[in-house]
Design a protein around this ligand. Structure first.
Ligand code: 1GP
Length: 269
């Protein structure tokens, strides 16, 4: 089965959760262990990506480790065409629709296409739009950010992605955003398009994951949380909330500093 079909089958049953791991943030073995924890928490797939520092080497090693430890599908979420690996199960063949640089809209994709074909990697076409605050990906991608109250603008991008025949549409607030994509924006886009809607950026609590799901996200992505949170119960609560399952944070360490090395001393939630 293709990864696209795997995702569509799961989404047909309800919102899914995807864990995003940046291969530049930890050794590959550590990434594999994070993926295992996320699998145990109920996540559906693992994405590998980062705005900077992704190389073919760390991508390959991380993909191998994730598969070894979790067995989950590995989805490459590229920041550019420089890094590639046959160890990933598919690549999000994405157009950063609101970039002001042609390279991010179509140039890198044209450059990468022959390599993707030759290596036999499954491409999944995706429209990718950066919403305020946008964070690093907005900056590196030279995005003309969609304003948080520009619901019509976000809907227009979603419709354009669908009309282009893209398989997925991703609303991104940026990794580490202080506020996720507004629920009103998610629900308006969801009502306008029929392709699956992915939402990510700044989702670190069960409440935020639940808000995205209730607004209409078909897939909820969390990245930073996995690097910062040592508390498996908290991770489980976030995944469950994303998937519409009952969650409870009574036994979590919410608010207490964690002990993970990458990066140290941050907090869950
Ligand atoms: C980034 O949307 C993802 O592309 C994840 O964002 O790191 O804030 O969870 P966070």
């Amino acid at each position: 089965m293709t990864v696209k079909q795997y995702l569509l089958d799961r989404i047909a049953k309800g919102t899914i959760h995807m864990a995003l791991i940046d291969p530049d943030r930890q050794p590959a073995e550590e990434a594999g262990k994070i993926a295992k924890r996320m699998k145990d928490a109920g996540t559906d797939a693992v994405m590998i990506g980062g705005s900077t520092g992704v190389t073919s080497e760390n991508l390959t090693d991380t993909a191998k480790a994730i598969k070894k430890y979790s067995g989950l599908p590995v989805i490459y979420f590229p920041g550019g065409p420089e890094a590639m690996s046959t160890e990933v199960d598919c690549i999000l063949y994405m157009c950063m629709m609101n970039s002001t640089e042609l390279r991010n809209v179509i140039g890198a994709q044209v450059y990468a296409a022959p390599y993707i074909k030759k290596l036999g990697i499954e491409p999944i076409s995706m429209g990718y739009v950066i919403v305020e605050p946008g964070m690093k990906v907005g900056e590196v991608g030279k995005a003309k950010l969609v304003k948080r109250d520009d619901v019509k603008g976000a809907v227009a991008y979603g419709l354009a992605a669908e009309m282009y025949g893209m398989s997925l549409f991703y609303l991104e607030a940026g990794s580490g955003a202080d506020k996720p994509v507004p629920p009103e924006m998610i629900s308006a886009v969801k009502a306008a398009i029929s392709i699956p809607l992915i939402v990510g950026g700044g989702i670190r609590t069960p409440e935020a994951a639940e808000a995205a799901r209730k607004a209409g996200a078909d897939a909820v992505v969390t990245g930073t949380l996995l690097e910062q949170c040592d508390d498996d119960e908290w991770l489980k609560a976030v995944v469950k909330a994303a998937k519409g399952l009952r969650w409870d944070t009574a036994t979590t360490t919410r608010g207490r500093p964690t002990t993970r090395r990458y990066p140290p001393g941050r907090r869950c939630g």
